[in-house]
Design a protein around this ligand. Structure first.
Ligand code: ADP
Ligand code: MG
Length: 238
């Protein structure tokens, strides 16, 4: 579960083509990072995969099934929003339960999933607090918890750490990498930060103006950048 393929996917806003025809395969269980400068189309690409934007052309498949026309809730993916998307008046438990409650899931199954997520994220002692009583890192973990309980085929992160201060960011990177190992689920992670890309990714997708400049492991890109843009972006000496 968690294989995603894009076949000649394009996106136009009005007359402006921000994603020219693009092919990409994301394998089951992979940690894939979309990296590139601001405005290159990272968020748009993630939102196309999530179904939050409609494609202008091409096909998206999730685990072999056509997903291009499915609404977000039917794709089996979970987008992790920045921690400020939490409900301030609800406890951590209720914030995490919210998507399951909306889906009408039985209470005992909700409880099982909340307990699992809390354990995976070290939030067990914080379930009765409100977001305002948590640190920035803990709030970000709650936002991730809300995605975990949906048991998605893939997690989609859009610059989830950009609100956090530098020291906290380093810790959260390691936590997300550890979570990926624990859950063994596909993760797509958008960032403009090359350090994040190099330290977290199994596979990096370098984007420039909606085009894929290069795809490869951090080491492959570092050793053999295809052009000066990739080299400059990855910090390769070449
Ligand atoms: P990134 O996440 O890499 O910073 P985005 O995907 O947000 O880039 O944006 C890519 C391009 O598409 C930018 O030029 C941006 O202005 C444009 N864009 C994004 N969303 C919209 C929208 N809803 N309407 C019009 N243009 C948009
Ligand atoms: Mg963006």
């Amino acid at each position: 579960m968690g294989r995603i393929t894009l076949d000649k996917v394009t996106k136009k806003f009005g007359d402006v083509e921000v994603i020219p025809p693009l092919d990409l395969t994301i394998d089951d269980g992979e940690f894939v990072v979309f990296v590139g400068p601001s405005g290159c189309g990272k968020s748009t690409l993630l939102r196309l995969i999530a179904g939050l934007e409609d494609v202008s052309g091409g096909e998206i498949r999730i685990d072999g099934k056509p997903a291009t026309d499915l609404p977000p809730a039917k794709r089996g993916l979970a987008m992790v929003f920045q921690s400020y998307a939490l409900y301030p008046h609800m406890s951590v438990r209720k914030n995490i339960a919210f998507p399951m409650k909306m889906a009408g899931m039985p209470e005992d199954e909700q409880k099982r999933r909340i307990d699992n997520a809390a354990r995976a994220l070290n939030l067990t002692d914080y379930l009765d607090r409100r977001p305002g009583q948590l640190s920035g890192g803990q709030r970000q973990r709650v936002a991730i918890g809300r995605a975990i309980v949906r048991e998605p085929a893939a997690f989609l992160f859009d610059e989830p750490l950009s609100n956090l201060d530098a020291a906290l960011r380093v810790g959260m990177r390691m936590e997300i990498s550890e979570l990926h190992k624990k859950l063994d689920t596909t993760m797509i992670y958008v960032t403009h930060d090359q350090v994040e890309a190099m330290t977290m990714a199994d596979k990096i997708v370098v984007l420039r103006a909606g085009n894929i400049e290069q795809v490869g492991s951090p080491l492959e890109l570092y050793r053999n950048p295809r052009n000066t843009f990739v080299a400059g972006f990855i910090g390769s000496p070449k």
